[in-house]
Every structure is written in C-alpha cells, then in structure tokens.
Write a protein that binds this ligand. Sequence first.
Ligand SMILES: Cc1ncc(COP(=O)(O)O)c(C=O)c1O
Length: 331
Amino acid sequence: MYDGLSGLVDAGENVLVPAYLPDAVAEPFFDLGLAVRYYRLEANLAPNLADIERRLDDDTAAIMSVNYFGFPQPGLGEFMSLVDEYDCYHIDDNAHAPISVDNGTLLGTRGHLGVTSLWKLLPIPDGAVLYCNDAVVAEHLAPSSFAGVREQFGADDCRFLLKSAVAGLLNMSLTVSRSVDTLIDDRGMSPSVPDPSVRYEEGKAPMSKLSAYVINGADPVAIRNARRENYRAWQRIFDSHDDVDVLYDSLPAGICPQVFPLRTSIPQRVLEDLECCGVDGAHTWPRLSSTVFENPEYDRATTLSREILVLPVHQHIDPSMIEAVGDRLPR
Ligand SMILES: Cc1ncc(COP(=O)(O)O)c(C=O)c1O
C-alpha cells in the first residue's frame, strides 16, 4: 500500500476508508502523512455513498473499497462512479481474496491500485502483492527497500518451518487450525496483538524466500476448491440455526472464501459452543481502529465487530471435521 501510493499522494491529503476495518490497515497512510477518514457502511457491507460524499474534499487523494472475507465488495459500481466523479484514486483492498475471481475478473484488480495478502491464504510467514492497474499509478511506482523477495533463506524462515513442523506433529485439527494463521505468525486479532504501528514497522521487509518458494508451488484451483467445500460444510450447519445469519448465502463460481463469516446477536455463546466442539479458530473480526470503536458515529461498525464471527475454512481442514462439529453443536 505504501509503495503503491507513495508516488501519487502528498502529505496533508486524506484518504477515505471503510470504518469496518482492522486498526493496522491505516498505518501505511499515516506513514505517508495522510489523514485517514473512516466512512460508514450499509448493513450488507456496501459503502454508504452519502457518507463518503460528506467526508470528501479537495484534499481527498484516494478512496478504498474492501473485498471482505474473499467476496466482492457489494455496491462497487456506484462506488466507482463516485470515485470517478471526484477524480480520486480507487484503492481495491483485496487482502482477503488473493485468488477470488468474480465474473472473470481477479479481485483486487478493479481499482487504480490494489493490494492482496498471500500469508492469509497460504501457510507462509509473509507476502503481499501490489496491483498497479492504471498507467499513472504504474508510472509513479517507486518500489521501496521492502518490495520484492529476499535473496537468501533466513532465520525467520527456519523459525517458521519449525513451528509448522510442530503444528504438523500436533496433527493440525480444527482445534489448532487457526495456528496456520496465528501460532505461526502471531498476527491474529487478539488483545495480545502488538500495537498496529509496531506490527506495521515489523512488516517492512521484502517477502521471504520461503514464501516465494511455497507460492510458486501452490495450486490455486485446488486451494479454492478445498476452501469452497469447507465453506459449504459450515453453511449446511448454520443454515438451520435460528440464532445465526450466514453473511453470504451464495458462493458464486470463482470465489475463494478466506473464512466463513456469520452474524449473531449471541457471539460469546456461539464461540463457547464452537470451542466445546473443538473449534478454537473462530473469533470476532476485526479489532477496529480506536477512532471507530464505540464512536456513536460508527455504531454499525462497532456492532458488526462484535457480532460477526469468522470460522476457519483453511484448505488443510477436511470437511468431515466440520461436519463432525455440526453433529455436536447445540441448536
Ligand atoms: C481488509 C484488510 N486489509 C488489509 C489488511 C492488511 O494485510 P496485511 O496483514 O497482509 O498487511 C488486512 C489484515 O488483516 C485486512 O483485513
């Protein structure tokens, strides 16, 4: 994000981002001297266009949309018309959906620039992609010292491999399946997670050679199919639960879910029930920025951050494990 924007924006300008967003996402904008303005969302996670228009001004450099949980951003057509009208850059935040394809278009490639996280999809220590989909963006790209891939395997790679091996020895189950995302990289959204600026600074390094190696060998079709199967297994379970709303009823062809998101007014109860059935990889999402959390202006974002739970669909999970949870889960 920093690299994509650094040649396009000036300190003192502002960027509009959705309020329902992890706290650390704003860090590259702060690093560039930009002010971050959070805009409201509709209940279906579409941008609230009237709210965006209210917050825009001549100093707005960019507006960001988000493909939440691996699915396309709802309301994108109207959003893009607005961005065009105000002549801002559109950032397509695709952290969750590196291999989702929507009607033939790879998600993350609909903005002037887009970003995708690879470590959220694959068991790798780090890795991200910047898409420059606009001639001006590509022309102004000035890669920083933390772009690219490291030339050597390092101590971090060894540490990661050791932890992965331990997870393998523990016979990775649903109980520890979030380990792929947290045990290994310690970057889950728990209160013990370090301050966003600390995490951001720690991430300022080229992608590890190990990540590049795993990515080169990965089979996106197999990964997508496995995640879709796991998504459907959760969906079969929760379709019949009165206290739970499945966030996305439809799983269109090409979409690779990052997680299985659901909404419930009794999140703690559902988490406890899941934990009793051996799932501790479920959690609320995300940890919001302190500007947003419990700010009455953003009451929907705060409510969503308390009521949306995300369940693991990682490709290493066998759907039969999810089905076994369904057999035990109280109604
Ligand atoms: C919507 C969204 N955008 C961006 C990011 C940042 O991705 P990364 O952790 O790879 O820097 C995250 C991380 O959780 C995210 O959820």
